[in-house]
Design a binder for this molecule. Structure first.
Ligand SMILES: Nc1ncnc2c1ncn2[C@@H]1O[C@H](COP(=O)(O)OP(=O)(O)OP(=O)(O)O)[C@@H](O)[C@H]1O
Length: 608
């Protein structure tokens, strides 16, 4: 059976499985007793909050250990509004979600900017501050006694009981899962994962970290507030004990146990964490049990239950728990149409790039000294020189990763400066010395990240996966397929990039850079780690790209490859340009040979 059929059958089974699960959830409301119904309800609340946590932890890489604070914000606001002002459930819930969103948005700013270990510290501090405020601000929160008598929702004349609240929570939980699924399959979700995995690579595609991560934080705050509100109005009583540090740890644990970043992870995690203390009758030792589970999961199942299962299914049957489209390749379309027409030769001034007197130093080390180079449009220009000569530093300066201390740069006659993401928007794309593909994204998704800036749709369309959004995604996929055809990639396009052989990784990285529709492509040692056949393929690709009007700047140590593909070469040594010109002439120049081999080697060679 081929992969397409396997996936169709798998997706049909997933659909039927989903329908059966929905029927089981609904029937539980009639068959379960009050005790079990309460447990199911608790699972539903955790699923809603943890779907948000999963977006935050799994997609954005932000491990918030104070998220119970956001649940408290929703619960207390809603409880206060309904008990003090007599607002109905729907309006007070709206107020609770709004307050949770506002507070979440405010703590998102320092959290995202801080990054690293400070990020978790800020969220812990937030959780502690909220818990203290709940205890001390008794005029509003009721202090340690909390708020009681919170009314149950009403709709028309109907008053919700535990059974109907359970059904409402189950419906909201399914809605939250659909939202997470839609985000994951949009440019927003891809940007979240890209910025989590490699901020620099994402910036080189024009994707800045703050916006997608802020959106992820805001969505998780809304879901936390919603879960808090639903809980408060079902339980009729809330107190600071519910929103202790332990509750925040529990949310993180559910996500990690289920499988961080896995759609169904929060369900699996919540079911286990709610039932396990009941089954083991370890209510009093709940935290000790959680600690043990955390150790066990991180040691034995670092990808959580769903992540481990996904790997097993993929290895055993070639199936993924993530839905996928049928593979396609071999399109014979005119790939030149993938690049803007004004990039064709002659559409720009003769010089694509002009660098004048560039200086760049790191502490006492001057990596670039008065570097001046002119690179003609529609040509391949190679930068060569011994290790440490300053080639990568020059590429980093051109692409905006480093700011030079001195010198001027022009791109197609206009002044060039700015950050990595800004320079990407001007039409300069790059690859890196070591592959920086986004390993959690598939091959196809990696290429699609290159189109993010030009193709990111509105949040509403992405969240709801509107017909327009689906059409746009299909167009992006089609374009990504064509770029993969162009680079000659014939492997599985839906497998994660982490499984690609090194040579393929380098080629896919080029396709991803091309997806930004650059006029200048900077390649840092693209042939490193490639087989002879792959190098040949790369050579043909570069010639084709130049034919489509692109300008290519290449760093390479394979000298025969450089000789074959380059129109011109610049040789750097100790940060200085020691020659620019025709590759054949320059690479046989004694000064260049000496720079590569060192004086003693050249002298010894001459004597032999
Ligand atoms: N971020 C940095 N901080 C400090 N020193 C740096 C940094 N980047 C580069 N250097 C130094 O600048 C010099 C030039 O490095 P660069 O990586 O540009 O050389 P290269 O010609 O690309 O070498 P290779 O062929 O080995 O990649 C080296 O001495 C290197 O150690």
């Amino acid at each position: 059976m081929n992969d397409t059929w396997k996936n169709i059958i798998f997706r049909r089974s997933a659909l039927w499985g989903g329908l059966l699960a929905a029927a089981a959830i609904a029937s539980a409301s009639w068959t379960a007793d009050a005790y079990m119904l309460n447990l199911f309800f608790t699972i539903g609340i955790y699923v809603i909050a943890c779907v948000g946590m999963n977006i935050l932890v799994g997609y954005c890489g932000i491990v918030s250990i104070g998220h119970a604070g956001l649940m408290a914000a929703g619960a207390y606001t809603s409880a206060y509004a309904s008990t003090h002002y007599g607002l109905n459930f729907w309006l007070s819930a709206l107020a609770g979600i709004a307050v949770s969103l506002i507070i979440g948005s405010l703590i998102a700013i320092p959290t995202i900017k801080a990054g690293g270990v400070y990020l978790s510290m800020i969220t812990i501090a937030f959780g502690v501050v909220v818990h203290e405020a709940l205890i001390r601000w008794d005029g509003v929160t009721g202090g340690p006694l909390g708020i009681s008598g919170i009314p149950k929702p009403k709709l028309g004349g109907y008053a919700f009981d535990l059974q109907s609240m359970y059904l409402l929570v189950a419906a909201v939980a399914i809605g939250a899962l659909i939202l997470a699924y839609n985000i994951r399959r949009s440019a927003w979700g891809r940007s979240m994962i890209a910025t989590k995995e490699n901020e620099i690579a994402a910036a080189s595609l024009g994707i800045r970290k703050f916006k997608p991560q802020y959106v992820g934080f805001a969505v998780s705050a809304v879901l936390a507030g919603l879960a808090g509100t639903l809980y408060a109005h079902t339980n009729s009583f809330i107190s600071p004990d519910t929103y202790h540090f332990q509750a925040s740890v529990q949310l993180v644990l559910i996500v990690i146990l289920g499988g961080s970043g896995r759609l169904l992870g929060p369900i699996i995690g919540a079911v286990i964490l709610v039932f396990l203390p009941e089954v083991l009758e370890m209510e009093k030792l709940r935290m000790a049990l959680y600690g043990t589970i955390m150790f066990a999961v991180l040691y034995f199942l670092p990808k959580g239950i769903m992540g481990t299962m996904n790997d097993w299914l993929e290895a055993r049957f070639g199936l993924k728990l993530r839905s996928q489209e049928a593979d396609r390749s071999g399109g014979k379309a005119d790939h030149g149409l993938l690049f803007a027409n004004d990039r064709k030769k002659g559409g720009f001034p003769a010089a694509a790039l002009r660098l004048e007197g560039i200086n760049k130093s790191f502490g006492g080390l001057q990596a670039l000294k008065e570097v001046s180079v002119e690179i003609k449009a529609g040509t391949i220009h190679s930068l060569v020189g011994p290790n440490g000569a300053g080639k990568t530093t020059l590429l980093n300066v051109i692409s905006g990763l480093y700011t030079p201390e001195q010198g001027a740069m022009e791109l197609h006659g206009a002044s060039l400066s700015g950050s990595l993401s800004l320079v990407s928007g001007l039409g300069i794309a790059r690859t890196f010395q070591h592959s920086r593909l986004f390993k959690e994204l598939t091959v196809l998704e990696n290429v699609m990240t290159g189109m993010t800036v030009k193709a990111r749709t509105g949040l509403g369309a992405a969240f709801l996966r509107t017909p327009g959004q689906r059409r746009r995604e299909a167009e992006l996929q089609e374009k990504a397929h064509r770029l993969l055809d162009l680079i000659g990639y014939d492997g599985n396009r839906h497998m994660s990039a982490s499984q690609l052989p090194y040579g393929h990784q380098r080629m896919v990285e080029i396709a991803r850079a091309l997806a930004t529709e650059p006029s200048v492509l900077l390649l840092d040692e693209p042939a490193a780690g490639m087989t002879a056949a792959e190098i040949k393929q790369l050579e043909e690709l570069l010639q084709r790209l130049v034919g489509y009007g692109l300008t290519i700047v290449l760093i390479e140590h394979h000298m025969d490859f450089v000789q074959r593909v380059s129109d011109s070469v610049t040789v750097l040594d100790f940060g200085k340009v020691i020659g620019t010109g025709n590759p054949a002439q320059l690479l046989s120049d004694p000064r260049v040979i000496q720079a590569y081999l060192g004086k003693e080697e050249v002298a010894a060679d001459a004597e032999r």
